[in-house]
Design a protein around this ligand. Sequence first.
Ligand SMILES: [Zn+2]
Length: 290
Amino acid sequence: MKTRFAPSLTGYLHQGHLVNAIWTWGLAQAMGGEVIIRVEDHDQSRARPEFLEALEKDLQWLGFWDLASEIQVQSQRNHFYQEAFEALQEDVYPCQCSRKDIQLFLEKHPEESSDTELRYPNLCRDNHNPLEKKETAYRLRLPHGERTFNDLILGPQSQNPWEQCGDFILKDKQGHWSYQFACVVDDFESGITNVIRGTDLLESTGRQLFLHEKLGNANPPIFAHHHLLKDSSGRKLSKRQKDFAIAQWREEGKDPKLVLGEIAFGMGLIPSKDAVDPASLGEFFTSYKP
Ligand SMILES: [Zn+2]
């Protein structure tokens, strides 16, 4: 069993990340597996060096850094993405549509839109003579149909990427790899057997499974989507709570084990806010023992 903790480098580590860290290391320990830390900085327009510095300090302070079997940084892995992108050439096409173009089209053709996200109505799919333009994104041709998978936590799931998102972007107009693409290439290349993440990413799974298949991964990961942290009144974490950086607790000199205890309490894993050791998280997840 091999999994990963993969925070995106678009901000500071917050309480929601710790929920995911507890699930990730907890399941890995219960299942006798290993965890790699993957810094998701594929979007170089949003990643900043100060975020990376803080992330490393936070994870060292909490004890997760030393528990990881490997540290990966996406911006150092460009060759893997490039290689995979070339392997997909037959199913990739250039697209120069702007967000505005897509919105205008969907206003006129509401039957092409999706309830959950801005669906790309595959406008450039059959354009065999794209204009010579610098700013071109590249999209992957999706097939019609449902993708099913058995979520380790949520049970059987069925998704239809064609209806949800349409042909999705592998590389954007600025030349950045998309989240979906970089994530799948990394999971495949690293031999990840289990992906453990919040339900906010559940909708991505069908399209990621399709990408695994396209890349020739005969053993795609098993997915586990956990619930997100709720506040004391049972509501989803507010913007303010999400923006609260773990670094603040570190700088205040708080005991990191008590920080983990507070989050574990919020997740309903322990009856009171006691100290929690990152190396003993497996005990909360024994029901997932293989
Ligand atoms: Zn287009």
